[in-house]
Design a protein around this ligand. Structure first.
Ligand SMILES: Cc1ncc(COP(=O)(O)O)c(C=O)c1O
Length: 484
């Protein structure tokens, strides 16, 4: 329900105002109404489908002519219409690796936009830089990497790119004279952002060794060592070893302590891609032994710290390595202070220059709820994934496709002719998502197709977990009835 405007916004606009100026009264009135819309959206969330029945015809309605004249408060109708065509962040939104968006974090985003700080350097955004550095220290400590510095980024893809840029600059410097030969190692289950980064950095995807995984879907350590030895014998220098702390498909955690040891022995930069899983070290630190020995760790707070997109961090052990990679200052950004706080510039340690105040939402969210609440929410998601796996194992027509290490559960409908099961599971997934009550993504485990639920969602309940199984069984009976 829209809150009625106490008076028309037109009546508070003064003729003498600059063209885009919005008066305090006008802002208050609109902000109250946007806040009412957001509150209604959240209050009604559980009644919504998580996958709306939106078609391209529906979204064509947003392809509007560019308005020469503003429509004023009628924009609020746009916001209502948009909310009808989203993938609603219910407790049953479980595809890929998606957080659900803590509303306290959303308020932080609003306030950050109003303050509109450019978080380039302390001198341009003193409070924002202090808060960002403080939150980075909190996170590093919370996941067992005390003393790491870092930077907020848009997502794990950028964090992984920056980590590999640092690795390249430290092992095969390229900033001045261009890329030199070098090899990067990761498992074949590594996220697609790593091959992308290797390509963008001029290392070349032919120099990315994708090592086979063991039956737990973790990198096969002897195969990795053999590959490194072969490359060394062929005279190919190593740049980096990437360990996954939560692979995108099954949530497997590579043996990080072993990888740290191998990286040290072979002088490789050790990057941990923890975009999905690293935050779970809050609740289950025993799974992440060895992560503290990394040179860099990426962690998406918009995944398992439940923040609204976008909110991610790259943590690194050696801030000088970041500066050697990213510092290139022109006269117009010259810092004028040698003070370690007042002279601090993020642009010397990241790719970005203009940066939004991403840390505010996480700062507010953690201070509002307390870290213990995050730890409890993650522990609950881990337990929910286990109970989903148990439900699947108890159901004779369903089958788990991989061990459940974190919160990703890969499974399939297994009641049918082996030759048609892949196709059948694709159809079941389409049907589940078309019904829209739960949203799952596709699993592909060693060439076997199935469905995948990934629970990094603070709204998910035990009931939602049971709903996943019910929805899949209903979809499977519809699909098999159609194919008979
Ligand atoms: C393991 C892993 N690494 C990297 C990424 C990329 O993160 P982003 O989507 O935030 O760029 C993801 C995304 O799901 C991921 O699961």
């Amino acid at each position: 329900m829209l809150v009625p405007l106490s008076r028309s916004v037109a009546s508070v606009r003064l003729d003498s105002m600059p063209p885009l100026q919005v008066s305090a009264d006008e802002f208050r009135s609109l902000a109250e109404r946007v806040s009412a819309l957001a509150t209604d959206f959240l209050a009604g969330l559980d009644d919504r489908l998580t996958v709306s029945a939106t078609s391209a015809i529906d979204t064509a309605a947003f392809d509007l002519p560019l308005p020469e004249k503003g429509i004023g408060e009628a924009i609020l109708r746009d916001l209502e219409a948009i909310a009808e065509h989203v993938r609603a962040p219910t407790g049953r939104r479980l595809p890929y690796v998606l957080g659900s968006g803590d509303p306290i974090g959303a308020l932080g985003d609003l306030y950050a936009s109003v303050l509109n700080q450019n978080v380039t350097a302390w001198r341009s955004a003193p409070a924002a830089v202090a808060i960002e550095r403080s939150v980075l220290g909190w996170l590093a400590g919370a996941i067992g990497c005390s003393g790491f510095a870092g930077t907020f980024t848009s997502g794990g893809s950028l964090g992984n790119l920056m980590a590999l840029a640092m690795a390249r600059e430290s092992r095969a410097p390229a900033n001045e004279d261009g890329a030199q030969p070098g090899v990067v190692y990761a498992s074949e289950e590594v996220h697609m952002s790593i091959p992308k980064a290797v390509a963008l950095l001029g290392i070349g995807r032919a120099n990315l060794r994708l090592i086979a995984v063991d039956h737990h879907m973790r990198i096969d350590v002897p195969a990795l060592e053999a590959m490194i030895t072969r490359d060394r014998e062929a005279g190919l220098p190593g740049i980096a070893l990437v360990g996954s702390a939560g692979t995108i498909m099954t949530g497997a955690i590579d043996p990080l302590a072993d990888l740290a040891d191998i990286a040290r022995r072979h002088d490789l930069w050790f990057h941990v891609d923890g975009a999905y899983g690293a935050a779970a070290a809050l609740a289950a630190p025993e799974k992440f032994i060895g992560m503290s020995e990394a040179d860099s760790v990426s962690l998406d707070a918009h995944k398992w710290l439940y923040q609204p997109l976008d909110c991610s961090v790259l943590l690194y052990r050696d801030a000088d390595a970041a500066r050697r990679t990213f510092a290139y200052s022109a006269e117009y950004v010259k810092t004028t202070s040698d003070d370690p706080i007042e002279g601090f510039a993020f642009f010397n340690q990241t790719i970005e220059l203009s940066r939004r105040f991403r840390a505010l939402k996480l700062w507010l969210s953690i201070r509002y709820h307390g870290l213990a609440a995050f730890r409890a929410a993650i522990a609950e998601n881990l337990a929910q994934a286990n109970s989903l796996a148990e439900l699947i194992e108890e159901t004779s027509s369903l089958e788990l496709l991989a061990p459940v290490e974190l919160s990703a559960v890969c499974f399939r409908w297994s009641d049918g002719d082996a030759d048609t099961l892949n196709e059948l599971n694709d159809a079941v997934l389409r049907d589940v998502n078309q019904a829209g009550r739960v949203w799952l993504s596709n699993a592909s485990v060693r060439g076997t197709a199935g469905l995948r639920a990934c629970i990094t969602n603070h709204r998910t309940t035990e009931q939602d977990v049971r709903r996943v199984v019910d929805e899949v069984l209903s979809a499977a009976s519809r699909v098999t009835a159609r194919t008979l």
